[in-house]
Write a protein that binds this ligand. Structure first.
Ligand code: ADP
Length: 159
């Protein structure tokens, strides 16, 4: 079985993430969305909220699973029997950091490959942080995130 991992913070999931999940799920038997929990970087949404929002957004795609992990990605991948990391690329500015990460992961475990998928143009400007900025100031987040999660994001930013 060919299993790929799509890692990220997903704080929260956006339509840019969902687009990559949709497209990558067609290329593998199983796609595991790995929600990275970094104890030093407290997000707006906690671990279980992030996982739950993604699960709700992908429930119509049968071969996608969602799980959180901490520590090294390659250890999570070993546990899951996966050799492929999926990454999305938006702009040239993503490239340098992702290039470095891909080389480091390959150094740690040479059997691992990182596959990069280009963003769809309509999502090239979209990031979790820009969604949070818009939501924090009461802007409309429709079309930026899956419809199913809009109420949760609005609620989070309502005092
Ligand atoms: P963000 O930068 O939105 O906080 P994450 O750290 O959660 O994103 O990113 C997880 C993965 O999703 C990364 O590989 C990132 O490049 C990719 N990604 C994020 N937003 C988009 C988008 N709009 N289009 C394509 N890929 C994206």
């Amino acid at each position: 079985m060919r299993i790929a991992i799509y890692p990220g913070s997903f704080d929260p999931i956006t339509n840019g993430h969902l687009d990559i999940i949709n497209r990558a799920s067609k290329l593998f038997d199983l796609l595991i969305v790995g929600v990275l929990i970094n104890p030093d970087k407290k997000g707006v949404f906690n671990e279980s909220e992030r996982v739950e929002l993604i699960k709700r957004s992908v429930k119509s795609i049968p071969n996608v699973e969602v799980e959180s992990f901490s520590g090294l990605l390659i250890n999570f991948m070993k546990n899951k029997n996966s050799k492929v990391i999926i990454k999305g690329l938006r702009a040239l500015s993503d490239f340098e950091y992702e290039f470095q990460m891909a080389l480091m992961n390959n150094k740690l475990d040479p059997s691992i490959e990182t596959l990069f998928m280009m963003t769809s143009t309509q999502y090239s400007y979209l990031s979790s942080s820009s969604v949070k900025q818009v939501a924090a100031f009461g802007g409309c987040i429709k079309d930026l995130v899956p419809d199913e999660v809009i109420p949760d994001i609005i609620k989070k930013f309502k005092k």
